[in-house]
Structure formats: C-alpha cells, structure tokens
Design a protein around this ligand. Structure first.
Ligand code: 13P
Ligand code: SF4
Length: 329
C-alpha cells in the first residue's frame, strides 16, 4: 500500500490523495520518474532517481522502463529521448526551457562554428537537440574539465552557450577557448555584496558555488562544481554551516544527506525577488506531473535524423567522462 512507502512519508495530508494517484499512475504506465535537484522537494521525494545532468543522462540511457517521466527542464528530457529512443519520455511542462538554450539558436550557432574551421565545438548540455547535433562533444558541469583535458593541446575549443562556465573551464585547463556569450539567468545574478555580508556574519561557513556563477562569486567559494559535487562537498566538509550559491531546490537533499548542518541560500541581487529560483525548473508541479502521467502528454518527439546527429556528441560525452586517464606519474 502506498501509504507505507517512503514516497508517502513526508506528504502533507492535503497532498496525500494526489501523491497516491501519481504513484498509482506511475505503476500503471510502467514509468520511472527521474528528477533534477532543482525540482520542488515534493517532486524529488517521489522520484526513483534524483541527480545532476550527467547522472540523469546516464540513468535515462540505462532505464528499462517503458516510460520515463522527466522532472527537470526540456533539454534534459530531450537528452533522455535521444539516449533512450524506445522509451516514451514525458515532461510535465514542455515550456520548461532554459535561458542558456534560448541564448543559442541553432542557425547562429552554425554560423559561429563555421567562423572557426579546425576548432572543436564543445557544447554544454544546456542547449537544444539541434545545437547538440551541430557540436563535436557535449559536456555537463561535472564532466567538462575531464573532457576538455582529453582534447589535443593546441586545438582551439569553441565553448557554448555559458560564458561563465566557459571562463571557469579556460582558467582551470589553461586551454585556448572561444566562448559563446550566454548566461544562466539564475546563477548570473547571485549577489556578490550579499555573499560578502553573509561571510562576515558566518565566518566559519564554507561556500559552495555552481560554475555557472560569475567569477567574483566563484572567487569566494571553497568548492566549485556540479550539483552532485556540491552535495558531496557539504557531506564531507567539516563545516557546520554552508553558504549555497546555486538553485535552492538542492537544499532539500542537503538537509536529508547532512542533517544537523545549516544551509543558507545566497540571495539574488534584487533582494527579495526570489530570483535565485529557476523559473523553468519550477514549472513542474505535482499537479502537472499527475496530468502528464494520466494523459501521456506532453511527450518528447525528436525526428530520427536529428536524434542520431545529436546522439553522436552525447555518446562521446558518456564515453569520455567514463574514460580512465593516465595519471601522468
Ligand atoms: P548540473 O549538471 O550541475 O546538475 O547543472 C544543471 C543546471 O542546469 C545548472 O543550472
Ligand atoms: Fe537553465 Fe539556469 Fe535554470 Fe539551470 S538554473 S535550467 S542553467 S536557467
């Protein structure tokens, strides 16, 4: 009975019927529910798997379920469909986009690429299937550095669409990188002033930041990395308090995995605007998750030719991120 299942444990009384119905529909459809850390806590608690972009791509590829219900943004669900074309991939809201994807239309990307013959196009997974299809290798924040280090030295790297992540990677790897000028509207606006004030107020706190943040925020961080690496950091670091410069949805997992520690979300630069919350990620709700499992729509469909073209650089990402590299000793 679902009332005894872990997914029902923290469900408020007025949500119990809805959650029980989602679990019933999930079973009926033979669906697996994948969710990103930036989803609402109630969605994360219902998911079969919660992870960062790379882990979600891997989970989607190995999923044996007939249906993948994807609670994240559209490019993530699209990636799931590219990697697992036999599964029906549902997303609660097709409008769950990403400012990075929007900043990089395929036609403009193709012109930009063509201006740098001989360069290798390494593209952040936060982009459309059409841009993936025009790229050489896809990366996520957790795999980018390892993958870029495998590209022959001396070869120019074109990196799109996030310029802050691109700058961070160029600094880390010392590679010659030409950057597309896109940004994440969430990480772009974390307030440097507020972070400095929080550090003065909490001098013992450790700072964790996602590499989509601008350099002045990263310069104050004790740890920079993907959502999963930030989660590992807060569990392993001895600090009792953490200042978190990424989307605050992840704090739900931090509180579960590192109980007793305190997590303080760095605010956005417009004060009380709540603009450190990703408006795209939060389009998914229990209500539209229920509707999509009930109706089987919205469903991701990708023309086969485009899927195969986008699969090539995505598969390179999966292979290169799993590669064992020589230690150099
Ligand atoms: P991660 O791959 O670190 O989970 O990042 C996804 C994302 O969209 C960050 O804004
Ligand atoms: Fe895109 Fe930023 Fe939202 Fe991540 S947090 S999905 S990069 S808009």
């Amino acid at each position: 009975m679902d009332a005894l299942s872990p997914a029902m444990r923290n469900v408020p009384a007025h949500r119990e019927d809805l959650v029980a119905e989602i679990l019933r529909l999930k079973r009926e459809r033979g669906a697996v529910l994948l969710a990103h850390y930036y989803q609402d806590a109630e969605i994360q608690d219902l998911a079969d798997f919660v992870g960062d972009s790379l882990e979600l791509a891997r989970a989607a590829q190995r999923a044996e379920a007939k249906v993948i219900a994807f609670c994240g943004v559209r490019f993530m669900a699209e990636t799931a469909k590219i990697l697992n074309p036999d599964a029906e991939v549902l997303i609660p809201d097709l409008e769950a986009g990403c400012s990075l994807e929007e900043s990089c239309p395929p036609e403009a990307f193709a012109r930009w690429r063509a201006a740098y013959p001989g360069a290798v196009a390494v593209t952040y997974i936060n982009c459309s299937a059409a841009v993936k299809a025009l790229s050489d290798i896809i990366v996520t924040s957790s795999s980018a550095e390892k993958i870029i280090r495998q590209i022959p030295a001396g070869q120019t790297v074109l990196f799109a669409p996030d310029r802050h992540l691109g700058n961070y990677l160029a600094r880390k790897t010392g590679r010659n990188m030409v950057l597309w000028q896109g940004t994440c509207i969430v990480h772009e606006q974390f307030s440097h002033k507020a972070l400095v004030e929080l550090k003065i107020e909490h001098p013992e706190a450790a700072v964790a930041a996602h590499p989509e943040c601008p350099e002045p925020i990263l310069a104050l961080a004790d740890h920079v990395g993907s959502t999963s690496s930030i989660l590992r950091f807060v569990q392993e670091n001895a600090a009792a308090e953490f200042l978190i410069a990424t989307e605050p949805g992840i704090i739900h997992q931090m509180e579960k995995l590192a109980p007793g520690k305190r997590f303080i979300s760095v605010p956005g630069s417009s004060g009380e605007c709540g603009c450190n919350v990703c408006p795209y990620m939060r389009r998914n709700t229990l209500e539209n998750l229920h509707a999509c499992l009930r109706d089987g729509v919205p469903r991701l469909e990708i023309p086969e030719e485009l899927r195969l073209a986008a699969l090539r650089p995505l598969q390179r990402m999966l292979d290169m991120s799993a590669a064992t590299l020589p230690t150099g000793d």
